[in-house]
Design a protein around this ligand. Structure first.
Ligand code: SF4
Length: 399
């Protein structure tokens, strides 16, 4: 499929909208009520600190909603206003946050059901309105919705679209796209659907395996065993690693993406020499700062003396999990929760340790003076963070 031509024609369709409906003022009140927080505002004004009896809270200096997510949520609210009577769907969680998705359900927005990892669009009919989430949708999904006569409201973050344009450029110049991301993440699935030949690498370690192979230091069978589910159909490492461009899932570590870019630049330089570098490596600039800013703020926060840490965000949120990793790597007792209700009045907490299932732990808040660090992922509204802090304040008074 000519994905570029399809996208261009979709953008001209009168059943497609990616700019909102000019109803920002009408939805501002509902958004403020659902997501914003006076308490968080005052903690910010107080140098990101709150003292409450024996409890001290230290808030990360960057946390919560990034502008791409804020924009997507506002567009979803505008869409409901604009189409009050139509059936309204979302192809996926608009963002990885349970409270946002619950609010949308209350507004009678339906989620496309997923059976064993496959979306079931059978209930979607002509005239329905379908919202595409902040991290985008695959080109095949867009095509299906378009052919079915749906109205498409595309909230894909412009930074994500920029990555798609980059892989389109790679494809046009017959370069292979090396995508730094998680193979099964919706954003990476969408990005790879726009790419021609591609290979997804999870981290620097996997990138190094690819770089070694390019320089003749790898074995084809073990290479394919490792990457067979992370590449385009028919991918041949002996032919398809001659011309490379790098792209990324926007919620990966920015620094790691940059390092991966530099690694491939060095690799191609060493294989083809400086005169031919431009024929074999395409530089890129598709990195959104929001994820890195939250991680940098987390690195500063864990430098402070903390007794424990609470990281708030959806359990399938990639950037929230990275924040939790930072705390754990520093040896801090850290709890990843998705909603304030995970903290109970009996001083227990239900949380998700890294890579494990949910567990409940007793004696969450220890006695005596205590300092708690707080941060949240890019898809968590301030209102949720506020409720967590209120739970902590109440617990600290009782226990
Ligand atoms: S993290 Fe960046 S790319 Fe992703 S939605 Fe937010 S602003 Fe957009």
């Amino acid at each position: 499929m000519d994905t570029h031509a399809f996208k261009r024609s979709l953008h001209h369709s009168d059943r497609y909208n990616r700019r909102g409906f000019g109803r920002a003022d009408e939805v501002a009140g509902s958004l403020e009520q659902a997501y914003q927080s006076g308490l968080i505002g005052s903690i910010r004004d107080n140098g990101y600190r709150l003292n409450h009896g024996r409890l001290q809270v230290r808030l990360a200096k960057d946390f919560g909603f990034c502008w791409g997510v804020e924009r997507a949520v506002a567009m979803a609210y505008e869409t409901r206003r604009h189409y009050p009577g139509e059936r309204l769907w979302i192809t996926n969680e608009i963002i990885h946050n349970p409270s946002v998705n619950d609010h949308l359900r209350e507004m009678n927005v339906q989620f496309i059901p997923v059976e064993q990892g496959v979306k079931d669009f059978s209930g979607v009919t002509s005239g329905d309105v379908v919202i595409l989430p902040a991290f985008g949708a695959t080109v095949q999904e867009m095509q299906l919705l378009n052919e079915r006569g749906c109205h498409i409201v595309d909230t894909t973050c412009p930074w994500v679209s920029k990555v798609w344009n980059t892989v389109e450029k790679h494809k046009k110049q017959t370069f292979t796209s090396i995508i730094h991301g998680k193979v099964k993440h919706e954003e990476t699935l969408a990005t790879s659907s726009f790419a021609g030949t591609y290979l997804v690498v999870l981290d620097l370690e996997e990138a190094q395996i690819v770089a070694d192979y390019i320089l003749g230091k790898g074995d084809r069978n073990s290479f394919m065993a490792r990457f067979s589910k992370a590449c385009s159909p028919g991918f041949d490492p002996d032919q398809d690693l001659e011309k490379l461009g790098v792209a990324n899932q926007t919620t990966m570590l920015k620094r790691e993406t940059e390092e991966i870019g530099r690694l491939f630049e060095r690799t191609m330089l060493s294989k083809f020499g400086p005169t031919h570098l431009n024929e074999h490596f395409l530089a890129f600039n598709t990195i959104c700062d929001a994820t890195q800013e939250r991680q940098d703020a987390m690195f500063s926060l864990v430098d402070e003396p903390l007794d424990l840490m609470v990281v708030i965000g959806g359990y399938n949120s990639s950037n929230t999990t990275h924040l939790q990793e930072i705390a754990i790597n520093r040896g801090i007792r850290s709890f990843h929760i998705d909603t304030p209700e995970r903290i109970s009045a009996d001083n227990s907490i239900e949380h998700k340790p890294l890579g494990q299932e949910l567990i409940r732990e007793q004696n969450f808040l220890p006695s005596g003076a205590i300092t708690v660090g707080i941060t949240s992922g890019a898809s968590t509204p301030d209102r949720v963070v506020e409720h967590v802090i209120q739970q902590l304040m109440t617990l600290s008074e009782k226990n």
